[in-house]
Design a protein around this ligand. Structure first.
Ligand code: SF4
Length: 204
């Protein structure tokens, strides 16, 4: 673990967040599978990191009730899955940026991920690779808008300036994907958050 990671973890803990550090995504997934019982219902917010780690598939295979609007089964509506995810006992999401000051920054288009991080569960797990660590809030916004949003907009087939040029132009496009920003400077009083920090580059 390098000095920046060490300091960031210390700062996150000082701000009240739980932090677990793993060298690989596979180790992190094994630890999560061992920690969360098969009786727990699990909701998911949109996250390429969570998707690439195949956390949804692993818990589905374990027998947990899993709810992610990225994966609808025949007969299930997206709206119903979003509601079930919002009230599941455990919630998973990624993090768009972690500051060395120990704050978490997420930007969302719909808002389900942001409300899911804040409310409705017994425990929230936020999974992130080292590529999400930035110095401060200003760098977090620059990172999200110019590193995370362009590939996300392309993945979603959105016609936004960032999708076309790779740079944010603070657009007013009807396809805009960044509508709401959630900054967590401290662990909120309600749901305990555990940050799963992995020594790899993961997601956007
Ligand atoms: S404001 Fe528009 S251009 Fe900027 S990141 Fe968001 S969607 Fe992309």
């Amino acid at each position: 673990m390098n000095k920046t990671t060490e300091n960031t973890i210390a700062q996150l803990k000082r701000n009240g967040f739980g932090v677990s550090f793993y060298v690989t995504a596979a180790e992190a997934l094994d630890a999560l599978l061992a920690q969360i019982p098969s009786t727990a219902s699990i909701g998911f917010g949109g996250s390429m990191t969570v998707n690439d780690m195949r956390i949804y598939e692993a818990f589905k295979e374990k027998g947990n009730a899993v709810f992610w609007h990225w994966y609808t089964n025949p007969g299930e509506s997206r709206k119903d899955i979003l509601r079930s995810a919002a009230t599941a006992s455990v919630y998973f999401s990624g993090i768009n940026a972690i500051t060395e000051e120990g704050s978490l920054v997420n930007i969302d288009g719909t808002g389900n991920r942001l409300s899911g991080i804040l409310y409705g569960h017994d425990k929230v797990f936020l999974v992130a690779g080292m590529n999400k660590i930035v110095r401060n809030y200003e760098e977090a916004i620059l990172r999200i808008k110019n590193v995370a949003c362009p590939p996300n907009a392309r993945r979603l087939g959105r016609k936004t300036p960032c999708a076309e040029t790779g740079k944010c132009m603070n657009c007013n496009s009807p396809d805009r994907i960044c509508m709401a920003t959630l900054i967590l400077d401290r662990q909120p009083a309600g749901v305990p958050i555990e940050i799963i920090l992995i020594d790899e580059s993961l997601g956007y």
